[in-house]
Design a protein around this ligand. Structure first.
Ligand code: AMP
Ligand code: ZN
Length: 467
């Protein structure tokens, strides 16, 4: 089966065909964070879903060229730096750095480029000039430039708006607004006092870009006029992505995006987790409560992206911890049995489960289906290990299959560094054993245990593992 996605534009499940004639390269643009605060785990739901998308496409042999922007100038960042009385660049740097550290905590693969909006203002101005020359952008009395939505016949198609019923309400200067206030949106915002020293020169006087033109400029600068996939959370559909289509297609005359994918929200008590609602946890909050990055990744990634994910502290994360414990124990048993054997063949029914894992993901990233296949594989392998039916070569083959699946999931346990003290004690224990001094060897084993490590002797020598 080919890869299929539910496209927000057509509202249909579509077979994925890249624009690349060779069928290899996939151009992916994902809206990144507005760096005015630490990203909350609702934001990370979107980024983890995009990570799953990228990794699955790569597992299927595509070469994914991904760009994720950093919105480092908009209404929110300006408000933030003005409140603190610091420069915009200094204000956003803190949150840019935190964002990259958080990506690593959640094992999210880096995009090839993370353009910052403030580095692309020239290009945004060029696009707006082009729109003005075409009679699509106009300068209003407030000196700002707006996009005349009546000039773009397809306006509203992504969000499935009926403009005749909605009766556009003039102009909107804000970056974010509800569908009910649809209207001409801001491309360039004339400087006013509230902007402080945040300003760029332009043919229309000092000012700054609107949020939507930022993504159009960065996406086309780095990926070209046509993209295969563009993602975000459902709140990005309107007005942000609707505006991106209108601006970009009016400039280029080409279809901007072939497939639009949007993840449903992470919810708290029935409402969207958001900074403005004040009902959010940052990744750092959860780490402080003792959860690990991989547990949080598990809780975010294992719910199908188009389903709302209801987040509670006492359900998703404990379940993630238990499931990962089961996977760890299985991986440990496999490794033990497979040690020193060449990969062999995998039993046909197990091979089918591995293939089923990837076929489930082909179906619009059906992760619950894929996880079902993985847990069936774990159950069957454990049974085969119990009965001795799985030999070293078979276990090594299952291990290799797990590595393929895990290239998408990234659920492996964190590597734990063995403290020097423990390594030293282990060497002393080996010496005691060589001298057949068993009581000394036992005493050292207990000392190692007191430091939190277990020694197991095997034919290949002693093995240490954390308790
Ligand atoms: P922002 O920093 O607000 O621009 O949001 C960054 C990304 O997070 C966007 O793709 C949003 O759609 C997404 N997002 C924001 N809140 C949530 C949420 N509660 N659940 C899922 N995605 C979200
Ligand atoms: Zn964007």
């Amino acid at each position: 089966m080919a890869v299929q996605f539910f496209d927000t534009y057509t509202r249909k499940l579509e077979t994925f065909v890249p624009l690349d004639p060779a069928g290899k390269i996939v151009k992916l643009y994902t809206c990144g964070p507005t760096v005015y605060n630490y990203a909350h785990i609702g934001n990370f739901r979107a980024y983890v879903f995009e990570d799953l998308l990228q990794r699955h496409l790569e597992a299927r042999g595509y070469d994914v060229q991904r760009v994720m922007n950093l919105t480092d100038v908009d209404d929110k960042t300006i408000r933030g730096c003005r409140n603190l009385g610091v420069r915009l660049a200094d204000f956003t740097k803190t949150f840019k750095d935190a964002f990259f550290a958080d990506l690593d905590t959640l094992r999210i693969k880096r995009a090839q480029a993370f353009p910052a909006a403030t580095d692309y203002v020239e290009r945004m101005i060029e696009m707006i000039r082009d729109l003005e020359a075409k009679g699509i952008a106009y300068q209003a009395e407030d000196k700002s430039l707006y996009f005349r939505i009546s000039k773009f016949a397809d306006y509203g198609k992504l969000a499935h708006l009926n403009l005749d019923e909605l009766r556009p309400s003039g102009r909107i200067a804000n970056d974010e607004y509800e569908k009910e206030s649809v209207g001409d949106f801001a491309l360039w915002k004339a400087w006013d006092e509230a902007d402080g020293d945040v300003r760029w020169d332009s043919p229309w006087g000092p000012g700054r870009p609107g949020w939507h033109i930022e993504c159009s400029a960065m996406a086309t600068a780095l990926l070209g006029d046509e993209l295969d996939i563009h993602c975000g959370g459902v709140d990005n559909i309107f007005p942000h992505h609707e505006a991106e289509i209108a601006q970009t297609e009016s400039c280029t005359g080409k279809k901007f995006v072939r497939t639009w994918l949007h993840c449903a929200h992470l919810m708290v008590d029935g409402g969207k987790m958001s900074k403005s609602a004040g009902n959010f946890f940052t990744l750092r909050d959860l780490i402080e409560k003792g959860w690990t990055g991989r547990e949080i990744r598990y809780a975010l990634i294992t719910v199908n992206y188009r389903l709302p994910l209801n987040f509670t502290l006492d359900e998703g994360l404990p379940a993630a911890r238990a499931a990962l414990g089961r996977i760890d124990e299985w991986a440990r048993r496999l490794a033990e049995t497979a040690a020193s054997a060449q990969p062999g063949t995998i039993a046909p029914e197990m091979a089918a489960l591995v293939e089923g894992f990837f076929t489930a993901l082909d179906d619009d990233l059906n992760i619950s289906g894929a996880m079902g296949q993985l847990f069936d594989l774990i159950r069957d392998t454990n049974r085969a290990l119990d009965s001795g039916a799985l030999d070293a070569a078979g276990a090594a083959a299952v291990q290799a299959a797990w590595q393929r699946m895990n290239s998408v999931l990234r659920f492996e346990a964190d590597a734990v560094a063995i403290p020097a003290e423990v390594t030293e004690l282990l060497a002393q224990r080996q010496a005691a054993r060589a001298a057949k001094n068993w009581s000394e060897s036992d005493r050292i084993r207990d000392a190692i245990a007191a430091l939190g490590w277990v020694v197991k002797d095997s034919k290949d020598g002693p093995k240490l593992s954390p308790k």
